[in-house]
Design a protein around this ligand. Structure first.
Ligand code: KG4
Ligand code: ZN
Length: 331
């Protein structure tokens, strides 16, 4: 019988300290997430120095809880898998240094995980039947990518944002209209009460599927400055409509280009209700199978890192103790 593989995922790239135990890449035994949102809220965004300090304070306790919840000890773990980029360098270093210490002390393999690969892998947990190849639209606070997932550890980027990530645009728009950090979920909620009655610019490039969100972000900011009484719910609904149209248009083109009928969404912004609903509608219309992670696995968590770690471990992508944090790590 094949031996079960247990991976320990460690995520500290931004403002969540999370540790998880995952069995065979798909079965979550524990996924403890210690969020710092309440600490950073008062500053209107993540303060890197404060994030690092809080990771240091939380990481041992969160790890202990994750093992207890999974009902196993360190001896059963087959690989220690920290996120090593992209992200905030000081925050990443906490998880990487902690994982290296564990790997050394326990004499276990260390597997550095790319955070974006983690977001993609969240879909493997929520959809046990999903296998590559497929197209993935990664939409988060730091990334907006269309990626061809050729195999579990083989990727080709088809498009990326040329300026702001979509989550960044959501958060900036939210801040200007007076919604607290993180703004994405607040826009999601308020938009449900509004009408898509404000015309906002959409940006496309000739001969490229790249994205750009700085134009629409600036248009919303100008509109709000000129007319502070503009209906916020309508503004949110119209902003969601225009950004979702841009995502849909380029994603449909990429699916056609690859001649693929399987699409997964990933990243914090894939928790957005309007985006989820409209991608499902598109899927029904165009006969595309659309997947997205359950809500808890859309935003940063260590289960997705443990899952991506599992596939890298199987592939033999083992890191050595010189593993370092790489803030702008590419997929
Ligand atoms: O994936 P994530 O947790 O962190 C990064 O890797 O960047 O994504 C965080 C982003 C934030 O910009 C947040 O506002 C956005 O995801 N977000 C949402 C929603 N939930 C989180 N954006 C729109 N609608 C949501 N429901
Ligand atoms: Zn993330």
């Amino acid at each position: 019988m094949k031996k079960d593989i247990y991976t320990l995922g460690i995520e500290s790239s931004c403002d969540e300290t999370s540790v998880s135990v995952v069995k065979n890449g798909r079965e979550v035994l524990s996924n403890v997430i210690h969020s710092q949102i309440d600490i950073h809220k008062q500053f209107g965004g993540v303060v890197p120095e404060i994030a690092s300090r809080n990771h240091v304070e939380a990481i041992s306790t969160v790890t202990k809880e994750a093992l207890e919840m999974a009902g196993i000890g360190f001896d059963k773990i087959d690989a220690i898998c920290p996120t090593y980029g992209p992200g905030l360098v000081g925050a990443l270093l906490v998880g990487v240094a902690y994982a290296k210490a564990l790997a050394y002390a326990l004499n276990k393999p260390l597997v550095g995980v790319n955070h974006i690969q983690g977001h993609i892998a969240a879909n493997y947990i929520s959809h046990p039947e999903l296998e590559p190849p497929f197209l993935c639209l990664v939409i988060s606070g730091g990334h907006t990518h269309l990626i061809h997932i050729k195999d579990y550890t083989e990727f080709e980027i088809l498009a990326r944002t040329r300026d702001d990530a979509i989550g960044e645009a959501f958060d900036k728009v939210a801040r200007v209209i007076g919604l607290s950090y993180p703004g994405g979920p607040k826009i999601d909620k308020l938009a449900k009460e509004g009408e898509e009655n404000i015309n906002l610019p959409q940006t496309y490039f000739e001969d490229s599927l790249d994205f750009s969100f700085s134009g629409i972000k600036t248009a919303v900011l100008n509109l709000h400055h000129k007319n502070p009484d503009v209906n916020k719910a309508d503004l949110c609904a119209s902003f969601e409509k225009a950004t979702t149209d841009m995502l849909l248009t380029n994603t449909k083109k990429a699916l056609k280009h690859l001649n693929i009928n399987k699409l997964a969404l990933a990243g914090g912004v894939s928790a957005n209700f309007y985006i989820r609903e409209n991608f499902l509608k598109m899927g029904e219309k165009e006969s595309i199978q659309v997947f997205y992670p359950e809500l808890k696995l859309c935003t940063d968590n260590a289960a997705m890192i443990a899952s991506a770690g599992y596939y890298n471990f199987l592939k033999g992508n083992i890191s050595d103790l010189s593993l370092n944090a790489i803030p702008n790590l590419k997929i």
